[in-house]
Design a protein around this ligand. Structure first.
Ligand code: GLC
Length: 660
């Protein structure tokens, strides 16, 4: 007869499975973590997987094996990382402070290889980076591999970039410099030459079930009725026929990226173990790729399913037990309303999920505001963004290695439109603005054959903000203001901002990809340039775009570090200026507020602070004397916001404590 899992005898057998092999001096510590996190872990795993087992004994056996693997992972964890875990368990807010700054790049493009990345630590330090997201560096599929997002081996480094020792050395060197290494962890799929896929192709039935496979089109067609398309031009459809399997395999992205079947508990266990092995190499944060797609349910878009969240919650529990110094970051490019759940709802049995989540709507809405010279979409995104749960943070950004996807803004656009056509018209207008050369922007439409279709835009921030097209000093000045405006919003919104490699040097597009066969079909390579040593050498120059952008960004970042109002978890209150081009919010408390005002238009705007604050419930602030931290000017009640300008206003007297 089966024994209910919550019986004390079961719990202690599970704890024993975890502790077996762990040195006794760690038992107390690990037991405490088990007691804190196992109930939530058990709860979600039971919901996800209990029904897959013949009875609760079999499920119990599986849980035992999972915990014993977790115990092994703790046994293998180096002493310095165990110490880091302890430090961070004592200071769980560590990644939400205003000193946190991310930087994102491809290792090869930035510095040749992993050893080269070490050489560039001084550059990261000059910016004040505390978190380095290196785009995929694990061994990827031979040939086309989606910029490394098709993993062939979770335990090997791409041989072009180095080896595991290089990774460990890099993690240690970065840690020594106060920088946490973030690695992609591609959860949703593996490459078609990953050993699991190869085993499936060779007829191994158990590995076949690591994937979704269908003998004919009946089920795929049924699913397709509700599914979207990520790469409609180059990889249409969500299923690919695999001859060796004589089956249609689920491939949300490219045909060579096979979606993993998380209904299979073995997939969950293997993926969790792979993640923890990398954590033991010294990786301190994981960008969990494509998290929205982890669970499939017919009749739905197969995105944001409750089980996808449960998988993330289970992973979080495992990390909290075995490597609590590690951060999980959700990459879910989904509508604003769907985003908060990736940080956990905090209701019911502790539902903690990722520590960080990309705020893709904020990013897209800020670009939309620039194009429209109207802040309505970005205001709506701010309104729809709830306060952060405890110990969580947004990842705010301007550009990344992917396109700017406009579709996430549909719900906000719908609030201002009378139908789908109007939404389509508005978003495609924005897309055209950046992709058609009719404006100052020099981007391209991504994955859209029809210029009126809405999908995404590619291009470096500097090209999209007008540096490449600028002819006159005034145009250059406006381009600079625009780029800084977007970064200013990312610095002030409330989250960990991320600088995308090249933006700090105002680096432009790179057309070279069109001549590289494995890249030519994917225009996202337009904004994945090589590091430019020439631009780097100009970063301190007073002449030219690069120096102006670099110096201004460093200045803003230096100020940011001194302003506790800009910590991720400090409150944010949106204001509603009458002028549509303005975005304004207050960060921090009424006692120590910071007011951020941004002008998304090419016209100078005067605004009376009393009007801005009217209706905000913060009337007390109207008599305050403010100082703009960015240029130290003192403002009266009427403030001037230049074209594409921004103000970081704090009370004049609170300035005294800072050194800027
Ligand atoms: C994520 C990555 C993107 C990749 C996709 C499939 O969205 O950011 O670059 O193409 O996942 O792995």
């Amino acid at each position: 007869m089966s024994v209910p899992l919550n019986q004390p005898a079961c719990q202690s057998a599970l704890l024993n499975a975890l502790l077996a092999g762990i040195t006794p001096n760690l038992h107390q510590r690990i037991t405490t973590r088990f007691e804190q996190h196992f109930p939530a872990l058990q709860h979600v795993l039971q919901q996800l997987y209990a029904s897959q087992f013949a009875d609760s004994n079999a499920f119990q056996q599986w849980l035992m094996s999972l915990l014993s693997a977790l115990g092994n992972s703790i046994t293998m964890r180096p002493a310095n990382l165990l110490e880091l875990d302890q430090q961070r368990s004592r200071d769980r807010q560590w990644f939400t402070r205003q000193n946190m700054l991310g930087y994102c790049c491809y290792a090869d493009r930035f510095a040749g290889d992993l050893k080269g990345v070490q050489q560039r630590i001084p550059h990261l330090q000059e910016l004040g980076v505390t978190y380095l997201h290196l785009l995929p560096f694990l061994k990827a599929r031979a040939g086309e591999n989606d910029g490394g997002f098709a993993i062939a081996d979770f335990d090997a480094i791409d041989p072009r970039l180095g080896n595991m020792q290089d990774l460990e050395d890099l993690c240690a060197a970065l840690r020594h410099a106060g920088i946490s290494l973030c690695s992609d962890f591609i959860l949703n799929h593996v490459a078609d030459d990953h050993p699991w896929a190869l085993a499936a192709k060779n007829g191994d039935a158990s590995y076949r079930d690591y994937f979704y496979h269908y003998p004919d089109r009946t089920e795929p067609d049924r699913f397709e009725e509700h599914l979207g398309q990520v790469f409609p031009l180059v990889a249409p459809g969500n299923f690919s026929y695999v001859q060796q399997l004589q089956a249609w395999v689920w491939t949300t992205f490219y045909p060579y990226q096979w979606d993993l079947n998380y209904r299979n508990p073995a997939v969950f266990a293997d993926m969790a173990a792979a993640l923890l092995r990398l954590a033991n190499r010294g990786v301190e944060a994981f960008r969990l790729d494509s998290t929205a797609f982890l669970w499939k349910r017919s009749g739905t878009k197969c995105m944001n399913q409750p089980e996808a969240h449960q998988i993330l919650q289970a992973l979080r529990c495992l990390v909290d037990i075995a490597a609590p110094g590690v951060l999980l970051k959700a990459e879910a490019i989904v509508e604003t309303a769907e985003l908060p759940a990736y940080l956990g709802t905090g209701t019911e049995v502790q539902e903690k999920e990722c520590h960080l989540a990309y705020h893709a709507s904020l990013m897209a809405a800020a670009w939309a505001a620039l194009a429209e010279q109207d802040s309505s979409l970005v205001r709506r995104v701010c309104q729809a963004t709830p306060a952060l749960p405890a110990q969580a943070s947004w990842l705010t950004y301007v550009r990344c290695h992917d396109d700017i996807g406009w579709n996430v803004l549909r719900p906000e656009a719908a609030l201002e439109a009378s139908g789908t056509e109007e939404i389509q018209h508005r978003l495609s207008g924005i897309s055209r603005f950046y992709g058609s050369n009719d404006s100052y922007a020099r981007g391209q439409s991504f994955q859209a054959s029809d210029p009126a279709a809405v999908h995404g835009t590619v291009g470096m921030a500097s090209a999209l903000t007008g540096f490449s097209s600028a002819q006159t000093p005034q145009e250059k000045q406006l381009a600079r203001q625009r780029l800084l405006l977007l970064y200013g919003l990312s610095f002030c919104f409330g989250g960990m901002p991320l600088i995308y490699m090249g933006d700090e040097l105002a680096q432009g597009n790179d057309e070279a990809y069109t001549c590289v066969p494995a890249q030519a079909a994917d225009s996202r390579w337009l904004h994945r340039p090589e590091w430019n040593e020439d631009l780097y050498s100009q970063r301190h120059s007073c002449l030219g775009d690069t120096g102006a952008v670099f110096n201004a960004l460093c200045h803003m970042l230096q100020l940011r570090r001194q302003l506790p109002q800009l910590a991720a978890d400090a409150p944010r209150r949106l204001l509603q200026p009458e002028q549509p081009a303005l975005l304004a919010f207050i960060r921090g408390t009424a006692e120590q507020p910071l007011m951020f005002i941004a002008n998304f238009s090419d016209e100078h705007i005067s605004v009376a602070l009393s009007d801005l604050l009217a209706g905000s419930g913060m009337k007390d602030l109207t008599s305050m004397v403010w100082r703009n931290m960015l240029d130290k000017t003192i403002t009266g009640q009427a403030v001037e916001v230049p074209a594409y300008g921004q103000l970081w206003l704090i009370e004049k007297t609170t300035m005294q404590g800072t050194t800027a």
